[in-house]
Design a protein around this ligand. Structure first.
Ligand SMILES: [Zn+2]
Length: 423
């Protein structure tokens, strides 16, 4: 993580030096630290002393209190921080992966019947047989024009990723294609990151990955790096909660060879070079950077094919049906490169909100608010699919449109973001 902004004001986050959790009254480390600060001076000032102890009591109190507080209050909190960080980055441990596989098999056996089914007249849901591809041991040259991964993405993946694949393939010159590859890496990182955030939002209060995301939301904004960090943390999150989408674990898991997280990090590195005027200078350099980048981005497209198993839909209307005690939902399908979303009819046992994006996950619809929303863009005067970027103190939630990155604001989303993170 090279592009984490510095922490925002600790008081606002209630996470001083990142050592203590919020809310503070639920954190044992806070209690111990406060207790040491309060009890130590009292104990040192009034307790019985050994006969050989000649130092004045005030010396004991003044110097003893901070020492005891650090040893018994701050140090345990620091050790905890290290343990949590190790848990976050140490997901390559094969044993933990095997644990999770076993857990997943158990949970699959116990899964409740599917909640969302296609209505008889509606389009069928995406085929459940789509799986993330197994990565090749090494990456070699890729013909972007005939890439199967790009073709699949354009047809079957969420709109921002499908669109990014399209932009790569229709680029008219090499420089345009180079920039399209960078944008695609970003789109994939953001989309998978927000899918993880929405799918595991029940862990938002306890997971350190969510805390980093929260700091970014409240501070300078969420970078692609934050989303990728959440993707990297996903396998460890799945130790506690079964995967919400078939193939998610396999798509994001660490691998010896190329993996999604490694691919995305490489693209971000290249993108940062490009953004700081260290992009390719000559036609030959553009060609060589594309040759380097193309297999990496293509591999990333391959790893995220599991997204087809949880289609994104934008809800148009949702009506309760008394006879069957369920909801007839009319939605637009946001799962291909076409900007005019196809209509899709669904039957849901849960109510769904109009003008809201959901992903149809294994156990039912998952609300993608506040991560993905539709908003009228003040720049291009169209309704654009946006992702939440940061909390703005004056204007609510700052949004960015996928692809073009147009900025806009939505006051009504503030409550969603604050609720999510318990701000
Ligand atoms: Zn726009």
């Amino acid at each position: 993580m090279t592009n984490l902004p510095p922490s925002a004001a600790p008081k606002q986050l209630n996470a001083l030096l990142r050592l203590y959790d919020k809310p503070a009254y639920r954190d044992w480390a806070v209690w111990i630290t406060v207790a040491m600060l309060v009890i130590t001076p009292f104990a040192l000032g009034t307790g019985q002393r050994a006969s050989g102890d000649t130092s004045p009591r005030w010396v004991d109190v003044v110097f003893g209190t901070p020492v005891m507080t650090v040893i018994f209050g701050v140090l345990p909190a620091y050790v905890r921080l290290r343990v949590r960080r190790a848990a976050r980055t140490g997901v390559t441990d094969q044993a933990s992966i095997d644990d999770r596989d076993a857990l997943d098999q158990r949970s699959q056996a116990a899964i409740a019947p599917t909640i969302v089914q296609p209505a008889p007249a509606g389009k069928p849901l995406a085929p459940a047989t789509v799986r993330a591809q197994v990565a090749a041991p090494g990456l070699s040259g890729v013909d972007l024009a005939s890439s199967k991964n790009l073709a699949f993405a354009r047809k079957s993946l969420p709109y921002p990723i499908a669109r990014a694949a399209r932009t790569i393939q229709i680029a008219t010159d090499r420089k345009e294609q180079y920039e399209a590859l960078l944008a695609a890496g970003e789109a994939i990182g953001i989309c998978v990151g927000l899918v993880v955030a929405a799918g595991f939002r029940s862990l938002s209060a306890t997971s350190i990955s969510f805390q980093n995301l929260q700091e970014a939301f409240v501070g300078r904004g969420v970078t692609t790096g934050h989303w990728i960090a959440l993707v990297e943390a996903a396998p460890s999150l799945m130790k506690d909660v079964p995967e919400p989408i078939d193939g998610l674990f396999d798509g994001v898991r660490p691998r010896k060879g190329p993996s999604l997280v490694k691919d995305l990090r490489s693209v971000v590195e290249e993108r940062n070079l490009w953004a700081h005027n260290a992009g390719p200078q000559s036609a030959a350099e553009v060609a060589s950077r594309i040759a380097n980048l193309a297999p990496i981005v293509d591999d990333a497209f391959g790893h995220v094919q599991f997204l087809a198993n949880a289609p994104w839909v934008q809800i148009k209307s949702c009506a309760y049906r008394k006879a069957s005690a369920d909801f007839a939902v009319t939605a637009f399908d946001a799962m291909s490169e076409h900007p005019d979303f196809e209509r899709r009819d669904l039957i849901s046992t849960l109510p769904m909100a109009n003008d809201t994006f959901y992903m149809l996950a294994k156990d039912g619809p998952v609300d993608l608010t506040p991560f993905v929303v539709i908003h009228d863009c003040p720049v291009c005067h169209q309704s654009e699919m946006c992702f939440a970027d940061r909390l703005d103190p004056k204007h609510g939630v700052a949004l960015k449109s996928f692809g073009r990155g147009h900025p806009m604001f939505e006051e009504q989303l503030r409550a969603d973001v604050e609720h999510l993170f318990g701000v």
